[in-house]
Design a binder for this molecule. Structure first.
Ligand code: 9MR
Length: 486
């Protein structure tokens, strides 16, 4: 851990230029295995989200945990391949960057910045002034007004100054209002009053004149008392000549509950002349997630994408993580989870396809080029499944499943999902990687049977336990598309 001692205002600010060069070698080793992308060209078949987003000047981002970037190459690969924007999930927060007064630790933040830059990703700095993940020396420091002001200024100066010119947007102040639109009590509000926001914005403008200055909060996705408070505050700030460039709607959503007035809300902020983004999107589901809940989630993601894409000033959508298993949701909301675009096995979920389609990709990313520019053959069903019980005994059975690719192009990697409604539990399987979460079973291709030509089939099988009844699954989905059952 490298600590940078802050010497006070008389010391010239350290920018990253020098230190970035020093860490370059280490960073390359750290991220070994993660793709480093060339700038996006025209979107091709199977194009990742970022290629489609780039074509329309849109940002599709993800929150990136530095531990995962460093220790999980599949995570890092997805982060690099799919997203053209990035937010540090935790490593730029106050407790990470200035754990004790004047002792700055940029190890995590630098590693994040190096990854984003190597992969040509636009960076949202998150976050400078927030009541949470705030070290106790600030929260319980009993500072006078003027002391706290300089504590805040030193922090902003050092952190925003270090990355000056490298961060596109700073979430300058985060989560400053309560649900009813009143100011949230925090050491900043309680000591400095509401002006701490204007002060923080001005201080950030000074530390990094190129960064855009944003506010950010949850539960302000629709029009309500809390988003009204932001609407009024932004007008006040503008009237006072305080720099304010954007508002982030976090969008930590519950499945099936996208506010109906999301687009209208985005539009009213854009009409104030500022930018808007969806900054922390996730859609949580009561676990275990069924197929129909995953389809609902896909619709929700689509609705959020469409609302942002429909408004000129809405610059992008960032998802708060990449794979379900690392999401903050299960730790915070007991019994809820699966909120992101990729499942625990790094496979794209229906929600991924929905985002992909919203950005202009087709559902199977089939284009006209793969048949020589001629007309595509008439569409057939995306898949057909036949399911049978080959053998059954008191407490178990052997299941056989044949999956046929009924689409008009080859599959390159597949993922079959179905639900057991009778408490059956997979014990082992063959010809696929089998897993089960609650009642939902997922069979993913092995290394050798991921390619299935149009019209081709794969036979897979499993043993499972049951306790008396053994109802057959009613529906199957292949790569998120529902299959016909024969
Ligand atoms: O995802 C973050 C999680 O790892 C942290 O433990 C948590 C601490 O509060 O913060 C999470 O990110 C939050 C973000 O910084 C601000 N908006 C709400 C996010 C989810 O809690």
């Amino acid at each position: 851990m490298r600590l940078v001692r802050h010497g006070g205002h008389e010391t010239p600010r350290r920018t990253r230029a020098g230190s970035a060069r020093r860490v370059a070698g280490a960073a390359l080793a750290t991220f070994l295995g993660a793709a480093v992308l060339a700038p996006a060209g025209p979107a091709a078949a199977d194009s990742p989200l970022r290629d489609h987003a780039a074509q329309q000047g849109f940002e599709i981002g993800a929150a990136l945990g530095v531990d995962h970037l460093q220790n999980d190459s599949q995570f890092a690969d997805l982060a690099a391949t799919e997203f053209n924007a990035a937010t540090a999930e935790n490593s730029m927060k106050w407790e990470s960057t200035e754990p004790s007064r004047g002792q700055f630790d940029f190890s995590g933040a630098d590693a994040f910045m190096d990854f984003a830059q190597q992969n040509n990703q636009k960076v949202r700095g998150h976050t400078l002034v927030w009541h949470s993940q705030l070290p106790s020396w600030v929260e319980n420091g009993n500072f006078s007004q003027s002391e706290l002001r300089s504590v805040m200024e030193d922090h902003i100066d050092e952190v925003a100054g270090r990355y000056a010119g490298e961060v596109a947007y700073w979430d300058v102040a985060n989560e400053i209002f309560e649900g009813d639109g009143s100011w949230r009590n925090s050491v900043f509000y309680d000591t400095l009053g509401p002006d701490f926001v204007a002060d923080a914005l001005r201080m950030t403008a000074e530390a990094d004149p190129n960064a855009e200055l944003w506010l950010n909060d949850y539960s302000i996705d629709g029009i309500n008392a809390k988003s009204d408070a932001y609407y009024n505050l932004i007008q006040d700030l503008q009237a006072q000549g305080v720099p304010i460039d954007g508002i982030g709607l976090q969008a930590h959503l519950i499945n099936g509950q996208v506010p109906g007035d999301l687009q209208q809300n985005i539009q009213r902020f854009a009409d104030l002349g500022i930018k808007v983004a969806i900054t922390e999107l996730d859609v949580r589901i009561d676990m275990p997630a069924s197929q129909s809940e995953l389809q609902q989630q896909a619709q929700d993601y689509r609705a959020v994408m469409d609302a942002c894409l429909a408004v000129n000033g809405c610059v992008g959508v960032t998802v708060w993580g990449i794979v379900d298993k690392y999401s903050w949701v299960p730790d915070t909301f007991e019994g809820e989870g699966a909120p992101l675009l990729f499942n625990d096995d790094y496979q794209p979920k229906p929600a991924y396809d929905a985002v992909h389609e919203a950005l202009g990709g087709s559902s199977d990313d089939d284009d006209d080029d793969d048949n020589g520019g001629g007309e595509d053959p008439p569409p057939t069903g995306p898949c057909e499944v036949s399911y049978s019980v080959a053998n059954e005994w008191n407490s178990g059975f052997t299941g056989q499943v044949t999956v046929t690719n009924g689409g008009s192009s080859a599959l390159n990697g597949w993922d079959l999902q179905f639900d057991f409604s009778g408490g059956q539990q997979i014990t082992n399987g063959w010809n696929a990687d089998w897993s089960q979460s609650g009642s939902t079973v997922t069979a993913s291709n092995t290394e050798w049977n991921g390619s299935v030509p149009a019209g081709g089939s794969v036979d897979i099988g499993f043993n499972a336990s049951h306790s008396g009844s053994n109802p057959e699954p009613g529906s199957f989905a292949l790569n998120g598309e529902s299959c016909s059952v024969s």
